[in-house]
Design a protein around this ligand. Structure first.
Ligand SMILES: Nc1ncnc2c1ncn2[C@@H]1O[C@H](COP(=O)(O)OP(=O)(O)O)[C@@H](O)[C@H]1O
Ligand SMILES: [Mg+2]
Length: 253
């Protein structure tokens, strides 16, 4: 997607920033709006962030720019995006780019490292593939109950890793899993996924993940997240599409 506006796009994405440095930069850096992502449904701003000699491009979504959603009456899209990052960080799968909640020129919101996706990857081909990074994302989406995993929310890198973005409509207490990644439906979870889910369960119950999520989500949403992890571990299977909810986002890309 292109960024457009009366500003020039001078922010330089920092390839190779480690996650901790990226988080510090996003949290403490000087945030400057460079343009608006015109096709985005909410106020999604392309920005630069600078701290000392470091700089990077990022996405900033102020809470003030959020449209109310009837099916997500509590909380904010921005805090759910940060919660999705926290879950992703706890898995160790690096699905969601570094994301923080912070103040900015249009008030508090989420701020996420900009990822330069590989323009040569055909998203229609990618979403049908069985790449391990997508299989992990399918498990992640089941945990966070992602209601909007479309092709455009995948950011493939030249090395084969795939990042996922736009997690504002996750963490509903009812099943709302809506995704293009159904290729593993009903299949046994990989051993790796089972190990990661077992770790997540502990981290939610006794570790820092539970604390962090309780600051970002409602108690019921945190509880439902734990229940989804336990259900995945109990069944040992990737979930099946729901019969009473459209299981594929429209448009799928
Ligand atoms: N961190 C990011 N790095 C690179 N591109 C991004 C990032 N976040 C979003 N985008 C691009 O911007 C588009 C719109 O952002 P998105 O998060 O989907 O906003 P909205 O909530 O308004 O739909 C995405 O489909 C993707 O192409
Ligand atoms: Mg989007």
């Amino acid at each position: 997607m292109s960024a457009e506006g009366e500003f020039t796009l001078s922010a330089t994405p920092m390839a190779g920033l480690d996650d901790e440095t990226a988080l510090r930069l996003l949290r403490d850096g000087h945030l400057e709006v460079e343009g608006r992502l015109v096709e985005a449904s909410n106020m999604t701003l392309y920005c630069s962030v600078r701290l000392g000699g470091l700089s990077a491009a990022c996405v900033y979504k102020p809470v003030r720019g959020e449209r109310p959603l009837w099916d997500f009456p509590d909380g904010t899209l921005a805090s759910r995006e940060v919660a999705a990052f926290e879950v992703s960080a706890a898995t160790g799968w690096r699905i969601v780019p570094p994301t923080v909640y912070r103040d900015g020129p249009f008030g508090p919101g989420m701020c996420q490292l900009w990822i330069d996706a590989d323009p040569d990857v055909d998203l229609m081909v990618l979403i049908r593939s069985r790449q391990p990074s997508l299989r992990r994302m399918a498990v992640f989406d089941a945990v966070v109950n992602n209601a909007d995993r479309k092709g455009g929310h995948l950011l493939p890198l030249p090395d084969g890793h795939v990042h996922g973005v736009d997690h504002g409509v996750c963490f509903a207490t009812e099943n709302k899993l809506r995704t293009v990644l159904w290729q593993w439906r009903g299949k046994p979870l990989s051993r790796e996924a089972v190990n990661v889910l077992a770790r997540l369960e502990r981290d939610l119950e006794q570790g820092s993940l539970g604390h962090r999520l309780r600051e970002l989500l409602t108690p019921a949403e945190v509880e439902a997240t734990g229940a989804r992890v336990r259900k995945l571990l109990d069944t040992g299977l990737h979930p099946l599409p729901s019969q009473d909810w459209p299981a594929i986002p429209w448009p799928p890309i």
